[in-house]
Design a binder for this molecule. Sequence first.
Ligand code: PEP
Ligand code: MN
Length: 338
Amino acid sequence: MMIIMNEGATPTEIDLVVERLRGAGAEAHIYCSETVTTIAIEGDREMVAGLPLEALPGVDRVVTLLRPYKLVSREFRRSDTVVPLGATQLGGGHFGLIAGPCSVESREQTLEAARFVKASGATGVRGGAFKPRTSPYAFQGLGEEALQYLAEAREETGLPVVTELMDPRHLDLVLRYADVIQIGARNMQNFHLLAAVGEVGLPVLLKRGLSATIEELLMAAEYVVRAGNPQVILCERGIRTFETATRNTLDIAAVPIIKARSHLPVIVDPSHASGRVELIEPLSLAAIAAGADGLIIEAHPAPETALCDGAQSLNPAGFARTAARIAEMVAWVGKTLG
Ligand code: PEP
Ligand code: MN
C-alpha cells in the first residue's frame, strides 16, 4: 500500500502519518518530489487496516499496489530517477554510453580502450576485474591490478569506471576504484550482495538474470533501494530462449515495460544480448528507439586477441562508426548524450 499526500502537505502532516503507521507496527518509506510526498507502507495490510489513513490531515489517497515491488515502482515515484555517471548523468533524458572491454587484460589494453571509446563519445568506461566465468579454467580477471588500471584510465580520460562486484568481501576494494558497481546477470538474485551494495553511496548497475522475469529484476532492484541506495540502473542484457542464432535473445519489449512500471533508468547491453559484433549497432539503435536510457557495449583495441568475449566486442573503427549512429539516434529521440 502507498499513501499519496496532498500537494502542499506540511511536514507535520507527513510526520503524523508516519507516526501512526509506525505506531501500528508498519514501516514507512518516504519519497518527496517537488510537489508531492509519497509514503510506501511496509508491513501486513492487517497492521494498518484499522487506521483511518484517508481521514488524516494532508492525505490525498491510499493506493493498493497490485505488484510486489514498491520503492522502485512508478506509483511510488512518478518522475524518472536520474543517476550520476561521473560528471554526466543517466536517466530522465540523459543518455549514457558505457563502453570498454569485457575484461581488463593489461594496462595498455585498458588505457587504449578508454582513449578510443572516449574519443568516440562514450560517457563511461567498463572493464571487468572480477569475471564470472562459466569455466573455472577460463581467465578470471586481474582483481585489484585491473582496478588500478581502470582508475588510471579514468584519471587520463575523465570517464567514470563501471566494474563488476561478485563477492561482498571485495566491496571495500571495488569502492576505492569504481564509480558504478555492476552486479552481473549471474548474481542478480544474490540477495546478500544486493543488500551490501544497497548500503553504499555509489550507483549500482543491475543486470537482468539469464532466466529472470521483469518482475524478478524489479524485485532484485527493490532489495538495493530498500537497503538505502536509490541509485540503481537496470540493464536488459538478453535472456535465454530456444533461439541459438544469438548468444541470448534481446528482450526489447522489456525496455518500455520496465519504464512504464518503474522510475529507474534502463540500459541495454547489445554485446551480451547477441554475442555477435555485427548485431551491436542494429540492437543499439532498436534499444534507443524503445526508450533505453543508455547502452553498455563491449569494445576492445584488438578484439581478435581478447581473453574474453572478443566476438561481441567492437574494434576502435567499428566503435567509432556505431557511436556516431548512436549519437544521431539519441538526438533524434530528443535525449542528450551525457
Ligand atoms: C559482463 O558485463 O561482462 C558480463 C559478464 O555480463 P552479464 O553479467 O550480463 O553476463
Ligand atoms: Mn563480457
